[in-house]
Design a protein. Structure first.
Length: 244
């Protein structure tokens, strides 16, 4: 059911026949755009146009990698399930609102039909034309709203069921993402705590070294003149050899 609704959503946004892309991307990650083109039997440019439209609404994401052999970039695409479900939820809510407006009009207003042209108009429009058809001048007949009312009610019921499924699926996806983020946050916090512990240990070692250095007696600095005794200068007397 979810895939069928995603099909319809994609085709509403990127034209008829584009919904096949959902089958290729659903519950997969980083799918090569050339693989997508081959499976859809489309050119790479046609596939990119579809994906760019979906990307503009945040329904798909991509990464790109450079082909070392050919030298160009290849894009790898991923369907963003949560964003798609949110978009579907908005779309279904909008449809339900529109159908309820139609139902309200059918239940409270009268419509007229030209059976020759198979054209239906509001009472206001029929009154403007003197209750005769603009196309063939045949007299309008009062339309039976009962069939339209039943059909509209059926559509509303079905759409509301689809909405309930999407809301439930969206809740499940969000819960999974929440747990995933919680695990990631927990892992990150552990790394932060480990870094803090290393810093605390380093600071404790540094404080200990400083404390030990303060306990050692300070040696008096002695100048070089104090260290070395002054030697007295002794004059050298030349010894003369005695004559024999």
């Amino acid at each position: 059911m979810q895939i069928k609704l995603l099909h319809d959503l994609v085709e509403e946004m990127a034209n008829e026949g584009t919904g096949r892309i959902v089958d290729i991307l659903f519950r997969k990650k980083d799918v090569n755009e050339f693989t997508i083109a081959k499976k859809m039997n489309l050119t790479i440019n046609q596939v990119r146009n579809i994906l760019y439209k979906l990307s503009a609404d945040g329904l798909v994401s991509f990464i790109r990698k450079k082909d070392k052999r050919k030298g160009w970039y290849i894009y790898y695409w991923t369907l963003k399930t949560e964003k798609c479900l949110e978009k579907l939820e908005q779309s279904l809510l909008s449809k339900i609102k529109d159908f309820k407006n139609i139902l309200g009009n059918r239940e409270t207003k009268r419509y007229y039909v030209c059976k020759s042209c198979n054209i239906e108009v509001t009472e206001e429009k029929a009154l403007e034309n003197g209750f005769t058809c603009e196309e063939c001048a045949e007299v309008y007949e009062l339309s039976d709203n009962s069939g339209s009312i039943r059909e509209t009610k059926t559509i509303i019921t079905k759409t509301e069921k689809d909405l309930a499924l999407i809301v439930n699926e969206l809740s499940t996806v969000r819960e999974k993402d929440k747990k995933k983020r919680k695990r990631a946050d927990k892992k990150e916090q552990k790394e932060v705590d480990a870094q803090k512990k290393i810093l605390r240990t380093a600071r404790a070692v540094a404080r200990k070294k400083i404390a030990e250095s303060k306990k050692k007696p300070v040696k008096k600095k002695v100048s070089k003149t104090e260290k070395k005794p002054v030697k007295k200068k002794v004059s050298k007397v030349k010894k003369t050899k005695k004559k024999k």
